[in-house]
Design a protein around this ligand. Structure first.
Ligand code: FES
Ligand SMILES: [Fe+2]
Length: 371
């Protein structure tokens, strides 16, 4: 039994959660009448945009003999397989044409489906809903519907800028996520003369509270750790600035900073690509620098630097993880990571039993660490 203060050994299982929306590709990389390869949760997908600009996602395998559909042709409506020319409706995967059939052969073409996934464009990304795997009659199952719309970035007014950053991380989804919520690496990984040094390390106290499927670092006046905060401070009284950071299963981190009528809001996701690879996408919306010449560039520069430092760190960490070392999580700095694993376990348990998810946090918690 671990003592309350002893390190808790907990091996990430890198299990990828189905039944959620995931970011697939930046919307500006998905062009009309073109087919793009993409992988999510080890599922190969082909993503495109129809004639009207509406995105779609199909499984990248022809239900006939498995040819990747991205090798085929797309006329803005139907995807044609490059092997035997079967054609599928891009949005629901329903087979339209089998060129080899003769007039008197009555195979019911419209009962055949290429795998298809709910797909939406939201805040500059194409999102794909990955349903729970169900026993499917391969090639004959109709597409599933998503129970809710894809996640959006919270905005506090109609006029804002939007920008994104994306980086591949050669680690499992679990390491990607706990790396994202880990406060203790800041002074060591994110050093820069214009930002902070390891000598700026100091004790911090943060309040957390449970929220559905996740936890919130409660609204507080930020100390000095958040990039946009340093910039926002130029615009408003330090005391009037509040920030909240939420983590919600399976992979969403929302940060909201408000200073009077100015706001900055971001939605960061860590998306499982394969068991050993994930991708971090940061999308931010803000109304602060719209008139300031280099504002957005400055913000993007700061974020790009951060994300690159994290990416480089995880690349090195992946070396160390190759041979399955024992790992530990300690209090309080790794407590958010522990909550992540507990939330994930609770979610899976609720799915298994069909009952309500039992939230691992009973109420508000105050954590202290030095960073
Ligand atoms: S493999 Fe696609 S049409 Fe035959
Ligand atoms: Fe980081």
């Amino acid at each position: 039994m671990p003592e309350p203060d002893s390190p808790l050994r907990q091996a990430p299982d890198s299990l990828m959660l189905t039944g959620f929306w995931y970011r697939a590709l930046p919307a500006d990389r998905v062009h009309r009448n073109q087919l793009h390869k993409c992988m999510l949760l080890e599922i190969p997908l082909v993503i495109g945009r129809d004639r009207a600009g509406r995105p779609f996602a199909l499984r990248d395998a022809c239900p006939h003999r498995g040819m990747p559909l991205h090798c085929g042709k797309f006329d803005g409506e139907n995807v044609e397989c490059s092997y035997h020319g079967w054609q599928f409706d891009a949005h629901n995967g329903q087979c339209q044409v089998i060129p080899s059939l003769t007039a008197d052969q009555n195979l019911k073409v419209d009962r055949i489906y290429a795998g298809s996934y709910p797909c939406e464009e939201q805040d500059g990304f194409v999102w794909v809903y990955i349903p729970e795997p169900s026993p499917q009659a391969a090639g004959f199952s109709k597409p599933e519907e998503a129970p809710e719309a894809a996640p959006t970035i919270e905005k506090f007014g109609g006029k804002y800028k939007l920008a994104y950053l994306t980086a591949d991380m050669p680690v499992s989804i679990d390491h990607g996520i706990i790396g994202l919520m880990d406060p203790a690496h800041g002074p060591f990984v994110h050093q820069a003369w214009w930002w902070r040094s390891r000598h700026s390390i100091h004790e911090k106290t943060k309040n957390f509270e449970p929220i559905p499927n996740g936890f919130r670092m409660s609204a507080h006046t930020p100390s000095s750790n958040s990039a946009p905060y340093k910039l926002l401070r130029l615009y408003a009284e330090a005391g009037s600035t509040t920030t909240t950071i939420d983590f919600v299963l399976p992979n969403l981190r929302r940060e909201t900073i408000r200073a009077g009528r100015y706001w900055f809001s971001s939605l960061t996701t860590v998306t499982p690509i394969t068991r050993n690879q994930c991708r971090i996408d940061v999308v931010a919306a803000w109304n602060i620098f719209r008139w300031m010449p280099f504002g957005p560039e400055l913000l993007k520069f700061v974020f790009a630097k951060f994300v690159e430092q994290d990416r480089r760190t995880m690349e090195l960490q992946a070396e160390g993880l190759k041979h399955n070392p024992h790992l530990m999580l300690i209090d309080d700095a790794d407590r958010p990571a522990k909550w992540y694993f507990q939330l994930k376990a609770a979610h899976l348990e609720a799915k298994r039993t069909g009952g309500e998810m039992k939230h691992p946090m009973a109420g508000p918690v105050t954590l202290r660490w030095r960073s």
